[in-house]
Design a binder for this molecule. Structure first.
Ligand code: HEM
Length: 422
């Protein structure tokens, strides 16, 4: 009895000591709930929010979200409010409303859903915020100069040739086949060569441990993102996914570390020649991605782990998105044979009967194909949703104020996302 009394007194003491912070937190929570109530959305229940009605399977979830978005769009609503458990998320569905996010210098912190990839990508460009993000973005932008990108057209061409040879056998019969795994392995080979300067030959070596591991990491990360109850560590590990994730994570990051180590040795013994065509001054600006990072490391500004997180970020962002874009472009062309015919005519006009490699100048001529790719990206955006953690109140439109501590997300249903890139 005495011990219960002591515990009660201690709890009361703590409450009195912290009452100001507790009171402020409760007021802040009340303000958040009141602000969110002004934004329309599917009905939420206490604690679970709308998660109880979310579909489990990806296909079902996508259909459900699209249904919600079209209902609210038809009602003229620009943003909807979804309570994911105790966490509110404002989904912006009108391109005008997302302007405030994309143009903001302060709304740069990513949402909580990114935390699962943070263990893999660290706080690389995709997941970092504040000054770290600003400095890294400035540092990495030169690696996207046209001269650098043009110098990799040859690698793209070589891998595209392997891709075509691999799928050619399917053209002789009417059997349906899934082209996406082929596209994905092609994209992975290209990004490995262009960003890390290493070859994994995923298009030939299907079961390469790195290839399998990257695929599994993507699956597990998406599973984690769409099931908020997995955010609780005991559930994550009890489900078995946690241990599998840890094991796969080690495999992927060890591979990148090894590549960086080998390339670093080579870089220091035999510094690369840089492309000399072009007008940008300064040698460092002309380094390709990993070499650029290694050169900055030599100035003492980056650790090997800093490099590792950026390389893994580019490996992930660079192949997952592009393969999805390429896959949907092929799918869209297959469903519109008349458009496909026009693309073929354009390619024939540039290359004729020649099997010569493609050059940067050729790419400029393929305007109709470029439009088809852009239209496919618009119709089927590889990154249909991305989020920001709101750390200050923000007004997306005079009619929509989003309170701090909520998550702001855009739905790229009607616009492309090129502005995300350096
Ligand atoms: C069709 C292809 C692509 C699409 C649709 C796409 C889409 C996106 C989107 C929507 C974001 C913003 C994410 C956010 O703010 O939360 C983003 C960021 C990023 N993407 Fe891509 N991406 C593509 C290709 C690539 C490629 C090829 C690379 C690298 C070689 C890359 C590297 C990055 C990086 C590093 C970021 C973070 C940028 C930053 O926050 O400053 N992406 N991408």
């Amino acid at each position: 009895m005495a011990s219960i009394l002591w515990i009660g007194l201690a709890a009361l003491g703590l409450f009195i000591f912290y009452w100001k912070s507790i009171y402020e937190a409760l007021c802040e929570r009340h303000r958040l709930i009141k602000a969110m109530a002004k934004i329309p959305g599917p009905p939420a229940i206490p604690i679970l929010g709308v998660t109880w009605m979310l579909k489990w399977k990806v296909e079902g979830l996508v259909d459900q979200l699209f249904e919600w978005f079209s209902i609210y769009t038809n009602e003229g609503v620009g943003a909807i409010n979804l309570w994911l458990g105790p966490q509110p998320m404002v989904i912006v569905i009108n391109a005008e409303y997302i302007k405030a996010v994309l143009e903001s210098n302060t709304l740069i912190s990513k949402g909580k859903e990114y935390s699962i990839i943070e263990r893999w990508l660290g706080t690389g460009l995709l997941t970092s915020t504040g000054d770290k993000w600003r400095n890294r973005r400035k540092m990495l932008t030169p690696a996207f100069h046209f001269n650098i990108l043009n110098s990799f057209v040859f690698s793209h061409d070589k891998e595209a040739q392997i891709f075509v040879n691999t799928i050619e056998k399917f053209s002789d019969n009417d059997k349906i086949f899934d082209i996406f795994p082929f596209v994905k392995r092609c994209a992975l080979d290209i990004i490995c060569e262009t960003s890390m300067g290493t070859k994994i030959n995923a298009q030939i070596n299907y079961d390469h441990p790195y290839v399998m591991a990257v695929q599994r990491m993507n699956e597990l990360s998406f599973l984690y993102t769409r099931m908020p109850w997995m955010w609780l560590k005991p559930i994550w590990y009890a489900s078995g996914y946690g241990n599998e994730y840890d094991h796969t994570l080690k495999l992927v990051t060890d591979f990148t570390r090894k590549v960086i180590e080998e390339r670093g040795r080579e870089f220091r013994q035999n510094p690369p020649q840089h492309p000399t065509n072009g007008s940008i001054e300064g040698t460092k600006k002309r380094y390709a991605f990993l070499d650029l990072l290694l050169s900055v490391q030599d100035e003492g500004k980056l650790t090997t782990e800093d490099i590792r997180e950026e390389v893994d970020t580019f490996m992930f962002e660079g192949h997952d998105t592009t393969s999805s874009g390429m896959g949907w472009t092929l799918w869209t062309l297959a469903h519109h044979p008349e458009i496909q015919e026009k693309v073929i005519q354009e390619i024939d006009a540039v290359f004729g009967d020649s099997n010569r490699p493609c050059t940067p100048d050729d790419l400029k001529e393929l305007k109709y194909l470029e439009n088809c790719i852009k239209e496919s990206l618009r119709l089927f955006p590889p990154v249909p949703l991305f989020t920001r953690r709101v750390e200050e109140d923000v007004e997306c439109e005079p009619t929509l104020a989003v309170a701090k501590r909520s998550i702001l997300s855009n739905c790229a249903m009607r616009f492309t996302t090129a502005s995300a890139h350096p």
